[in-house]
Design a protein around this ligand. Structure first.
Ligand code: FES
Ligand code: FE2
Length: 350
């Protein structure tokens, strides 16, 4: 995926003050750390001295110190202190790359590409989650051993309802629209949404139209909308060729009390969401995880076997993904120094 976008790498709650967090973008190791002063920074996860991972270091104030010889980095990646003798030399000016980092929707976002482009790229806004009456929110995140494109295919291609025959989140889907325009694929299905034994009791079908769903691959993010009342965003972090972390945010404008016409009072929404997450949403998404991991293994075993693809929308995601990567490589070749992401090329780093 094109690194010149913002990518969610972790929840804010995963990184307390004074902690480091190691992650990767397309094989390229990154460390995110939160200073003891609360400031957030992202650097290449590599000490410029002997290439140890900086994520194994120690945070002091807004600085990160490598654990081996104690070289200390500031938030921009400059070595600002050497904890040993310099053998009579002037203090060397050494640096590792730093990356723009920010927070939004409770997530930490890193811009792994050209920092000059960070300001013009936007993280999707989710107005429904702010304001005086935010919608009920349900989060789920997984690290799956699968190529990022398999995950985008999975969340957008509703021909796999058979996999979810136990939960029936969608059923009998018919593709009614699919269109690629610039950096966006839009599609719609006529389908029966939320028909599972448990979920169907909480969906207010008198109020919400659950007979169709609209999906968008708004590169590099994916989202859906059912009847203007049930929505989700899916943010994929391509860690390497066969590892992706995925963050789902589902949000609902209201939830019905089973057997009644009433909606659940607001104070009960978040506890209900936690329960729904544990009983339905996470087990359901685990089915997807097992499927895409099996698909990855299938691909690695039968590398040359042709794929018989019946859903015309899937080709659109893949065309867009390939085009965006090629555009990034073209941009990168014209830069004075090629990006370390292109050089890492998805290699699997332990
Ligand atoms: S390897 Fe990091 S300070 Fe020496
Ligand atoms: Fe699925």
């Amino acid at each position: 995926m094109d690194p010149d976008y913002w990518y969610a790498v972790a929840y804010e709650s995963e990184l307390p003050r004074g902690a480091t967090l190691a992650t990767r973008f397309w094989g390229h190791p990154l460390v995110v750390y939160r200073g003891t002063d609360g400031s957030l920074h992202a650097l290449e996860d590599r000490c410029a001295h002997r290439q140890l991972k900086l994520s194994g270091g120690e945070v002091n104030g807004c600085h990160l110190t490598c654990t081996y010889h104690g070289w200390t980095y500031d938030g921009g990646g400059n070595v600002v202190h050497y904890a040993h003798d310099l053998f009579g030399r002037a203090r060397p000016e050494v640096k590792v790359p730093g990356y723009p980092v920010t927070t939004r929707h409770g997530l930490i976002w890193v811009f792994p590409g050209d920092p000059a482009l960070a300001a013009e790229r936007t993280i999707p806004a989710i107005p429904e989650l702010s304001g005086s009456r935010p919608w009920a929110r349900l989060d789920a995140s997984f690290t799956w051993q699968a190529h990022h494109s398999m995950i985008i295919d999975n969340v957008s291609d509703f021909t796999h309802s058979y996999l979810h025959r136990r939960f029936r989140p969608f059923w009998d889907a018919k593709l009614t629209r699919h269109e690629l325009t610039e950096d966006r694929v839009e599609l719609a299905y006529e389908t029966f949404v939320g028909g599972g034994r448990l979920t169907s009791r909480f969906v207010d079908r008198r109020r919400v139209d659950t007979t169709s769903i609209e999906l968008v691959f708004d590169y590099p993010y994916q989202c859906s909308d059912t009847g203007g009342s049930i929505k989700h965003w899916c943010f994929v972090l391509p860690m390497d060729r066969r590892t992706s972390r995925v963050f789902f945010i589902f949000y609902f404008d209201a939830v019905k009390i089973p057997g009644t016409r009433w909606t659940l009072p607001r104070v009960l929404l978040q506890p209900f969401m936690r329960m729904a997450g544990a009983l339905v949403v996470k087990p359901l998404l685990c089915e997807d995880g097992e499927a895409v991991e099996a698909e990855q293994l299938g691909y690695e075993t039968h590398f040359t076997a042709p794929i018989v693809e019946l859903n015309p929308a899937v080709g659109l995601f893949q065309d867009l993904t390939i085009r965006k990567w090629e555009e990034f490589l073209d941009r990168d070749r014209s830069r004075p120094r090629p990006s370390s992401i292109a050089a890492a090329d998805g290699r699997i780093v332990p």
